[in-house]
Design a protein around this ligand. Structure first.
Ligand SMILES: [Fe+2]
Ligand SMILES: [Fe+2]
Length: 364
């Protein structure tokens, strides 16, 4: 193995280790045989040097002449094929079973809430992601097919709250508290008949009124258990909106618990980007656009801006399908138009913020 400067690389060298960009995201995997296009890509990311194997391999004709390198290694495919992802998903499924039991016991049997035990669920998953080449958000983005409105959703919200706490620079204690708020926010849904929660058709007015009571139901269960007031408030207020348009109480910003304001953002994000019986997962850039268009009055400005900026950055390097059918890779996030990144397509850089009516349709 030897280290070679990028400008001295030649096609045929084999990468001896994964290559990361300056954001810590993997851009090329170990074992890849370098081509001219891959070398250009390294230069594009300002990678000064890489470790390569001593033996040089012949570059297959087909690789040299195929489609642009930027589209050859979809970030999602790299993640899904990795051992880290497979392990994370298996742990998620296992944890989900234990979590279902704990939550059912709290609601059905009035079992005492053991916050340490509940937190172990997320800690375990977070540590899996921390020891891997990919972030928790990367892992979660690639498992959007759980059509489970209560348990998988609560686990997701809890994990995203944990990541969000980091973006907000919260202390370890606050992080744990926010993680629990996310985990237990929809606890009251277990009091609503499954036939309504899982109904694929539009709810009747009466059914919708009943669904809304999950906030108050959850609050009462948690209050009776004597948990931290932010946890019961998050259950009660996570559907409140800062402009007073939410439920159950129609509170305005000054009366909504801070933790509930944060959970509210994560809750909507997870619900929209997850698959549902009646629709597939919504594209995160579309969701960001919706927040940008109407979120600023409904959500706390500092929380929503921090969230959107960080979430959009997690999709850097992903391959995307544009609304005009072109495929490319997200190479730059526009700070002033987070849902409209710069995308490297086959022959050109496309700045979505400069083209009206063109947007990211799908992350590949
Ligand atoms: Fe809810
Ligand atoms: Fe929710």
């Amino acid at each position: 193995m030897k280290r070679i400067k990028t400008k001295e690389l030649l096609p045929g060298y084999v990468l001896a280790e994964d290559v990361y960009n300056y954001n810590g995201q993997m851009i090329l995997p170990k074992g890849l045989v370098l081509t001219d296009k891959v070398i250009t890509r390294l230069e594009f990311y300002s990678i000064m040097s890489v470790r390569v194997e001593d033996e040089v391999q012949e570059v297959p004709e087909s690789t040299q002449n195929s489609v642009p390198e930027l589209n050859e290694l979809p970030h999602s495919a790299i993640i899904k094929q990795s051992k880290d992802y497979v392990e994370f998903k298996a742990t998620f499924d296992e944890t989900l079973d234990g979590f279902k039991n704990s939550i059912n016991n709290i609601v059905e049997l009035n079992s005492p809430i053991n916050t340490d035990e509940l937190l172990d669920n997320t800690r375990n998953l977070i540590s899996h992601a921390k020891n891997s080449s990919f972030s928790t958000m990367d892992m979660l983005h690639n498992m959007r097919q759980y059509d489970d409105l209560t348990f998988a959703h609560s686990m997701n919200v809890s994990l995203i709250c944990n990541v969000f706490a980091g973006w907000l620079k919260m202390s370890p204690e606050e992080t744990d508290l926010l993680t629990l708020c996310g985990m237990l926010h929809d606890l009251g849904k277990l009091k609503i008949p499954d036939s309504i929660i899982k109904k694929p058709d539009k709810l009747t007015t009466d059914e919708y009124q009943l669904v809304k009571t999950h906030t108050v139901e959850g609050y009462h269960i948690l209050k009776a258990q004597g948990v931290d007031v932010h946890i019961s408030n998050a259950a009660l207020m996570h559907h409140e909106k800062c402009d007073g348009s939410g439920y159950p109480l129609g509170l305005t910003a000054d009366r909504i618990d801070e933790y509930a304001k944060i959970v509210a953002i994560v809750d909507v994000y997870d619900a929209m980007t997850s698959a549902r019986i009646y629709r597939g997962p919504m594209c995160p850039f579309r969701v960001i656009e919706l927040y940008e268009n109407e979120g600023l009055q409904k959500y706390d400005a500092h929380y929503i801006l921090t969230f959107l900026e960080n979430v959009s950055n997690t999709y850097l390097h992903y391959n995307v399908l544009l609304s005009d059918g072109r495929v490319g890779q997200v190479v730059f996030i526009n700070k002033n138009a987070l849902s409209k990144p710069i995308v490297q397509c086959r022959d050109e850089m496309v700045d979505l913020s400069k083209i009206k009516d063109l947007h990211v349709d799908k992350i590949l």
